[in-house]
Design a binder for this molecule. Structure first.
Ligand code: SF4
Length: 436
């Protein structure tokens, strides 16, 4: 056997880069994974599953699957996209930037709506950033400098299991040599989560009252008067949190879907960014979204360079339009505005409302995914591909917008295509059909 070191974990936005993977001498079998958390290790080990699907499949009228060739899957996908008036090309968060870039070319050629998982996650954060900008930093700066850590509406103990040990709470950095004993941890969450149980201060806010509490913090920073209770939190606690944040050398606010998708949405994030700005009058402070899929940040970057917008990009008029609420996947599906659905690197079958999933089921549809998922169960064609970051490398962006080159550690099953290869073949076929 041989051990591959400095392997990147392609699961969550933390993109841990210190994994060690043991593979057989011929590089065809992955045997052990070290340093990863349970969900990260499972992703590597799943590539070795004996029941893995290795050939494309097409749904038959009786609901059963029929195995088809990659050529047939490419033909179906290219025809579906060119026949459609306005196809939706959704996902893009669990693949590399190289595949995202080829997918964008296809989207332009067929006049698709390109949308990624931010649409049900941090899309509201992106709107807020467009509104008022964002004072942010890298995870390395946090490890080395931050001594006040605030998690708002997120639960890294479960969603980003090594975030606290590698970057935010426990590591000893250049100016944070005492590790977690030199840091103060604050959690704002209506639930008593495993993350909250580690906190010095847990503000158990009333559900959906984030905006008010953020506003109250801005008042408390200035030492002005607050009502006795705001969002279920006594004012003494709010003053205490304000003083704790102000007294640090470097404060960081991490936030998640508990605040991006609750009442107020992007306005909550406007306010959280304003809190961060205010805090910079007293100390150094930054704010960062806890991005979920390992390369959702990358798809925003790629589309940012290509189209000027990070998600919900409507190319159907021949130029890029962006209007979240109108050009976002669930709104398009609900209004029956898209007539074909292409999914790659995401699982809307598991994350979208049932009404949207039914719309996918009733349309021509293709799911590109190494796994069998709720999405592959409702699509007409399922194309299995190699695991990015395990069986093929490529660029991914960590949650702090740092690009990291993922590594190939093991060979994919024989004859299996990668996302990028499949998309390149579809692009060629689309151009042939269109005669360009
Ligand atoms: Fe992978 Fe995230 Fe776990 Fe790190 S924290 S090992 S990136 S799943």
């Amino acid at each position: 056997t041989k051990t591959v070191t400095d392997v990147i974990c392609p699961f969550c936005g933390t993109l841990c880069d210190d994994l060690e993977v043991v593979v057989s001498d011929d590089g065809k079998e992955l045997l052990e994974v070290y340093n990863a958390c349970a969900i990260g290790a499972e992703k590597f080990l799943h590539s070795q599953a004996k029941d893995r699907i290795t050939r494309p499949r097409m749904r038959q009228d009786d609901g059963s699957w029929k195995e088809i060739s990659y050529d047939e899957a490419i033909e179906y996908t290219a025809r579906m996209l060119t026949d459609a008036k306005k196809p939706l090309m959704y996902g893009w968060s669990s693949t590399n930037c190289e595949a995202q870039s080829v997918g964008s070319e296809i989207g332009e050629a067929v006049g698709a709506v390109m949308d990624n998982t931010a649409t049900v996650c941090h899309g509201t954060s992106l709107i807020a950033v467009q509104d008022i900008g964002i004072p942010s930093c890298t995870l390395g700066e946090i490890k080395n400098r931050a001594d006040r850590i605030l998690f708002w509406g997120c639960n890294p103990a479960h969603a980003h299991p090594r975030h606290m040990s590698r970057y935010s709470i426990f590591p000893r950095g250049f100016f944070t040599g005492k590790g977690h004993t030199g840091r103060k941890m604050i959690v704002v969450d209506p639930r008593p989560t495993d993350t909250a149980s580690l906190a010095d201060i847990h503000l158990q806010i009333e559900q959906g009252r984030d905006y008010e509490l953020l506003d109250a913090l801005r008042v408390a920073f200035k030492g002005e008067k607050l009502p006795d209770v705001v969002a279920g939190i006594p004012k003494e606690k709010i003053y205490e949190v304000a003083e704790t944040l102000k007294s640090g050398r470097f404060a960081i606010i991490f936030f998640g879907m508990g605040v991006t998708q609750s009442l107020g949405k992007n306005h909550n994030i406007d306010e959280a960014i304003a809190v961060t700005r205010d805090l910079n009058e007293y100390t150094k402070a930054a704010i960062m979204p806890m991005r979920g899929h390992y390369n959702v940040t990358g798809s925003g970057q790629v589309w940012g360079w290509l189209f000027g917008f990070p998600y919900a990009v409507d190319l159907s008029r021949g130029f890029a339009r962006y209007n979240p609420g109108e050009t976002t996947s669930n709104d398009l599906l609900r209004r029956d505005e898209v007539d074909a659905v292409f999914v790659l690197g995401s699982d809307p079958g598991a994350h979208f409302p049932f009404s949207s999933v039914k719309k996918i089921y009733n349309r021509p549809s293709v799911a590109i995914d190494p796994h069998e998922t709720p999405t592959t169960e409702v699509c007409k064609v399922h194309v299995p591909v190699a695991f990015v970051g395990v069986e093929i490398g490529g660029c991914a962006y960590r949650m702090d917008n740092v690009p990291i080159e993922t590594r190939k550690v093991v060979e994919p099953p024989e004859g299996m295509m990668t996302d990028e290869e499949f998309l390149k073949r579809v692009l060629t076929r689309v151009k042939e059909i269109q005669g360009v």
